[in-house]
Design a protein around this ligand. Structure first.
Ligand SMILES: [Zn+2]
Length: 242
């Protein structure tokens, strides 16, 4: 559970308690500026946890206008009230009864994704290496096909997985005698196609317009970054079909 969620949840609880005991004028203090700004502007689009921000907004609506004040109190250990709150937080870790925290849809989805990711990571580390693992590392945020058409997505994924119509791919399936490039005679895998083949010089020329750092001149970068994948996909759609 993120710190943001916990901070927002504390505000929900504060409002719930005020509601329960019929308090009319309420002041809630929080040291989380990001949560308070999202509450202030009811920022459901950019908030990391819009479900709980919505809940806070709904709860505030239940009170008379102007009767709820939520203020930012920067965390400062020398303030007595903060010391007291820290003391309560520590004491809460020793409670026998654990309160069930309400989870909204988005938080539940994130938990499921975390769980799936954990299994994926275990499998990645456990099973034998393959061509894909030689090039790419396991990284959750590294590569995305968001916004691509089905065709574009297929092209880039086939290149990354080395499952494509290049001769090396055909050779693997017993559909080509050597797997070599018809023009250069070298093994025609993705590396050859993107970085070496004399037939694809114009592709590299275009790639070099967006790759300014020498260290990024590699297959992983070319088939992962947005600008370079766009160039590769467009080139393939225009000139070849793999
Ligand atoms: Zn070639």
């Amino acid at each position: 559970m993120s710190v943001y969620y916990v901070e927002a949840y504390a505000i929900v609880k504060g409002l719930e308690i005020a509601e329960k005991y019929g308090h009319k004028d309420i002041n809630i203090y929080s040291d989380s500026l990001s949560v308070l700004l999202d509450v202030k502007y009811f920022n459901l689009t950019k908030s990391a946890h819009p479900g709980i921000i919505f809940e806070i907004g709904e709860k505030i609506r239940g009170f008379k206008v102007g009767s709820v004040k939520i203020s930012w109190l920067p965390s400062n250990k020398s303030i007595n009230m903060i010391k007291k709150v820290d003391g309560y937080a520590k004491a809460a870790t020793r409670l026998d009864e654990i309160e069930k925290i309400i989870m909204y849809k988005k938080e539940k989805l994130e938990s499921v994704q975390d769980w799936i990711w954990k299994i994926r990571k275990e499998e990645w580390e456990k099973y034998c290496t393959c061509k894909y693992k030689e090039v790419y590392t396991l990284n959750r945020l590294e590569f995305s096909t968001k916004g691509m058409s089905r065709r574009q997505e297929t092209i880039i994924n086939r290149l990354r997985l080395q499952q494509n119509g290049l001769n090396a791919g055909k050779y693997k399936l017993g559909l080509h005698e050597t797997g070599n490039c018809d023009s250069c005679g070298s093994f025609q895998d993705v590396k050859h196609f993107l970085m070496e083949c004399k037939e694809t010089r114009d592709l590299r020329k275009e790639l070099k317009t967006v790759i300014t750092n020498e260290k990024d001149w590699n297959i992983k970068y070319i088939t992962t970054e947005k600008d370079t994948t766009r160039i590769v996909i467009n080139y393939i759609i225009k000139k070849i079909n793999i």
